[in-house]
Each structure stands twice: as structure tokens, then as C-alpha cells.
Write a protein that binds this ligand. Structure first.
Ligand code: BES
Ligand code: MN
Ligand code: ZN
Length: 502
């Protein structure tokens, strides 16, 4: 999709198939609504009195308003003016974008980002406009038998109506939002693909395709032999249970050479690590049948790494970024891990596998050891790691764990800026005791209490050499139920974090 600004002198003169105008409850007009109301001799006020209460996220279409050039004015409810904020703005943009898609419009103008609100600036609101359009136009049909060409979203162009002197700031937000939306679409698509299509090999091929598309991305896809040479015994023990070959993907993004950064002044890279279990049946500690299909989403961490790398390359940010993806299936078989098995990780530490369903940490730990070789400024891993995180935080916040307060705060901040929020959970030594093992350096589970914390504690034992944070996205990476599907989170948080670092 294309995003730009519309800087016409007055809103009522804009020629477009649909112009979004915000109105608050109790008949309070936004500045844009006021202009349209005056141009149409009070037509808006009349409608507000009689048939539109302007509840947040609701819309009403007005056609052929006198004195107004747009073919339709789409009134978007903003809720109460008193409580209007960045969240309400994003909801309003989403309502408009969904209307445009459903009405099969190819082009539209939104005047919503121009409306001031307390916890955001114009560029962040423009960014939210583009992300909302990405949300509304995402459409999965890869594995549908009868693809209906008419069901495809046609919205090609969204313009932000803004005074000329603010156009540059708005455009910056539209550009970052567009790259984030494209990254999210890739992340969602990979998540939504079934596990018999989206295999570790498929993820490897997707990474190679990214490297072909963006010259700033280089990729290596390591196969079983090479993973064995690296002595990733923990990762390989999980992979052994399946016929599907594992891969270890290494992506490197380097900023385009601008003369800004020479090898001497170049900052250390930031490493992103993503869990790439393309299907998690639990292994010998087999999961129950209900809802097991959703374990195709157990590679959403790796899909977020790929989506973020895509966005970073599209934006050409001035910060080196490395992506690491250990990927395999977790299945029961005659070769699978058994409870009580002891494996040796790449770090040399031994692990007693008390539950083969706690496999995410077993593949991530070797990737975290591999990350050391980059002398990273920070390492951030993301994983659909624990069901316990859904119990703790639901589907609202991603779980954030870090031993580094400054790093944790910048990630929380990036989440707030993009409305892709995280909540910090503790990572104290007292929890480490739960990983005690009589037969190895430690166990891979710590019992029921604080299950997400002990999972993070396990990972922390492989991260002593750098600043590190862990994102548990079990509750935020996909939605269940009738609108089952990947969300693209935490791509906005990560891209914003990297933009803020660069
Ligand atoms: N991929 C799952 C975590 C998960 C489950 C995410 C459901 C989202 C929804 C992970 O591999 C897993 O099975 N974790 C176990 C850990 C337990 C055995 C300590 C869990 O959460 O039950
Ligand atoms: Mn599992
Ligand atoms: Zn898993």
C-alpha cells in the first residue's frame, strides 16, 4: 500500500472517494468536523443530534454533502473527548480502514491523525494510520481451495490530510508505519500458514528470499551437519524427534554504506533471537488434543524476527541487526527426547529434560550461546514460550524479562509508543532454585509456580556475556476463536526499539 499526505487548503475541497472525519460523543466536533459542518451549512450537527452517537470505533457514511468535494464523508466515532488518546485514535483509523476495505475503495483520505491527543505526537499517529491500514488489508488465502478474486482487499492508497507545514513530520510516521505494516504482514502470513507448509526449510527459504529482495540483508541457513559441528546438543535433541530437517538461520542486516559509520565508529549489533518450532505436539510429554492445531503458531517468535528484519531493511535504519532462528518440530517418535534424558548444550552446560514439552528453551539456549560471537550491544529473544504467560498477562501484554533495567525500560517504552505493549515480570535469583536437578547442571522445568519466570531463569543461564531481554509472546502472537489468526506482534515494539537505538 501507498501512504502520503494531502495538504489541500481546506478539508471540504478534497476530492476523494471517502474522507474520514472524527467526531466525539455529545456532539463535540473535531476541528476537521467543524470545517465540514460549516461547509455543509450545519449538515453534520443535524446528523449528530439525531442518528450518530459517535461511540468509539463506530462509523456513519454521509454521501453527497452540499459544499463538500469528497464523494463520502465517513464520520468516525472517537468516544468522549476527555478520554481521547493514542489508543482511541488507532481504533478510529482501524474502523475507517475496515470500512474502506469492505466498501472496496481503492483510495481514501483520513483527517484523523491531525486530531491532537495527549500521549502521542503527529508522527506516531501517522505511523498508527499505516499500521491500521495494514491490519485491515491483511488477507490470508494461500491454502483456500477456491480463491475468490473479489474477496481481496483493494485499498491501495491512504492519504493523511494535514496542513502543509506538518506534512514532513506526518510522512516520516507514514513511512515507518508502512514498513512496520509490511513486516507484520510477513510475520502474520508465516504464522497463519499450516505446519505442513511452513516447515523449518520453508522458514529458511523465506529468509533467503528476504536477502534476495534487500541487498542490506545477508543470510546463512545452516543444516543439521553444520548444527552438529557447532555442538548445539540441546537444539538437536528436540529436532531428532521429527523427520523434518532442522535449520539454524543467521540473518545480518548492515546499514547501507553512507559514510556515516566506518568500521571504527560502528556500533555493536543488536541480536534478535526467535523461537522457530513449526509445530509443537509436546514430544513424548504429548499435549492434549484440544486446540493443538494452534501449535503451528509456535514459530511466531521466528516470524517476528523475519518481519522485523524486513521492516529494518525497508527503513534502512542506521543500526546493525542480526537475526538468529533455531527451527525444528517437536514431535513424539522413537527418536524423540524422553523425560529424564540429559543433553549437553553448546555452552557445555548439561540439562535434564524433565518435560519434553518445555522445548522452546532447549532450542533457544543454543542460539543464545551462538549470539556471543557477535559481541552484541544487546540480545533480545522472543518466543511463544509458556502457557503460564497467558495466565499471568492474558492477551493484552507481552511478558518482558530482563536483568538490565535500562534495556527493559527502552523495550517497554517502544511498546507504549506503538501500542504494542509489554509488561515486566520478575527475574530474581530466588526463582532459579526451582530448576534444581540431581542429574544435570539444571532441569528444563521448574514446576507449576511462576512457570514463565522459571522459563526466563533457564534462558538467563546462557546470557551472562551480554545485555539481554526476553519477550514471552505466548498470549499476544495470535488470536484464537472465530477470528483465529496471527497478530504480527511484537514487530511494532521491536522496530520502534531499533529505530530509537539507531
Ligand atoms: N509452545 C508452548 C507454550 C504455549 C502453550 C504457548 C500454549 C501458547 C499456548 C511451550 O513449548 C510449552 O509447551 N510450554 C509448556 C511448559 C511446561 C511444560 C513447563 C507449557 O506452557 O505448558
Ligand atoms: Mn512445548
Ligand atoms: Zn513450544
Amino acid at each position: 500500500m501507498e501512504f502520503s499526505t494531502q495538504t489541500a487548503a481546506s478539508l471540504h475541497q478534497i476530492k476523494t472517494s471517502a474522507l474520514a472525519i472524527g467526531v466525539f460523543t455529545d456532539g463535540v466536533l473535531s476541528p476537521g468536523a467543524d470545517i465540514i459542518n460549516q461547509a455543509s451549512s450545519g449538515a453534520l450537527k443535524n446528523v449528530l443530534k439525531s442518528e450518530f452517537q459517535a461511540a468509539a470505533g463506530k462509523h456513519l457514511v454521509l454521501r453527497n454533502l452540499p459544499g463538500v468535494s469528497a464523494a463520502r464523508i465517513v464520520l468516525i466515532g472517537l468516544g468522549k473527548q476527555k478520554s481521547y488518546n493514542a489508543n482511541a485514535h488507532a481504533k478510529a483509523e482501524l474502523a475507517f480502514a475496515r470500512y474502506c476495505v469492505q466498501a472496496r475503495l481503492t483510495e481514501a483520505v483520513s483527517a484523523l491523525a491531525a486530531i491532537e491527543c495527549p500521549n502521542s505526537d503527529l508522527s506516531k499517529r501517522a505511523q498508527a494510520t499505516a499500521i491500521a491500514c495494514g491490519e485491515a488489508t491483511y488477507h490470508y488465502d494461500t491454502t483456500l481451495g477456491k480463491r475468490d478474486a473479489n474477496a481481496l482487499p483493494k485499498l491501495k492508497k491512504m492519504l493523511t490530510a494535514i496542513p502543509r507545514n506538518l506534512a514532513a513530520e506526518a510522512q516520516r510516521g507514514l513511512d515507518s508505519g508502512s514498513a512496520i505494516a509490511n513486516g507484520m504482514a510477513l510475520t502474520r502470513h508465516l504464522g497463519d500458514l499450516p505446519a505442513n507448509v511452513c516447515t523449518p526449510t520453508y522458514l529458511g527459504n523465506t529468509a533467503k528470499k528476504l536477502a534476495r529482495e534487500f541487498k542490506t540483508i545477508k543470510v546463512q541457513v545452516l543444516e543439521r551437519k553444520q548444527i552438529e559441528m557447532l555442538k548445539m546438543g540441546s537444539f538437536l535433541s528436540v529436532a531428532r524427534g521429527s523427520y523434518e530437517p532442522p535449520v539454524f538461520i543467521v540473518l545480518r542486516y548492515a546499514p547501507p554504506a553512507t559514510g556515516r559509520s566506518t568500521s571504527k565508529t560502528r556500533k555493536a549489533p543488536i541480536v534478535l533471537v526467535g523461537k522457530g518450532i513449526t509445530f509443537d505436539a509436546g514430544g513424548i510429554s504429548l499435549k492434549t488434543a484440544g486446540g493443538m492445531d494452534e501449535m503451528k503458531y509456535d514459530m511466531c517468535g521466528s516470524a517476528s524476527v523475519l518481519g522485523t528484519m524486513r521492516a529494518v531493511a525497508e527503513l534502512g535504519i542506521d543500526q546493525e541487526v542480526i537475526g538468529l532462528i533455531p527451527s525444528c518440530e517437536n514431535l513424539p517418535s522413537g527418536r524423540a527426547n524422553k523425560p529424564g534424558d540429559v543433553v549437553t548444550s553448546m555452552s557445555g552446560q548439561t540439562i535434564e529434560i524433565l518435560n519434553t514439552d518445555a522445548e522452546g528453551r532447549l532450542i533457544l539456549c543454543d542460539a543464545l550461546t551462538y549470539a556471543e560471537r557477535f559481541n552484541p550491544a544487546a540480545v533480545i529473544d522472543m518466543a511463544t514460550l509458556t502457557g503460564a504467560c497467558i495466565i499471568a498477562l492474558g492477551h493484552v501484554n507481552t511478558g518482558l524479562f530482563s536483568t538490565d533495567d535500562a534495556l527493559a525500560e527502552s523495550l517497554l517504552q517502544a511498546g507504549r509508543e506503538t501500542l504494542d505493549t509489554a509488561w515486566r515480570l520478575p527475574l530474581e535469583d530466588a526463582y532459579q532454585e526451582q530448576l534444581h536437578s540431581n542429574f544435570a547442571d539444571f532441569a528444563n522445568i521448574g514446576g507449576r509456580p511462576a512457570g514463565s519466570v522459571t522459563a526466563a531463569c533457564f534462558l538467563s543461564r546462557f546470557t551472562g556475556k551480554y545485555r539481554w531481554a526476553h519477550l514471552d509472546i505466548a498470549g499476544t502472537a495470535w488470536r484464537s476463536g472465530n477470528d483465529k489468526g496471527a497478530t504480527g506482534r511484537p514487530v511494532p515494539l521491536l522496530v520502534q526499539f531499533l529505530l530509537n537505538q539507531a
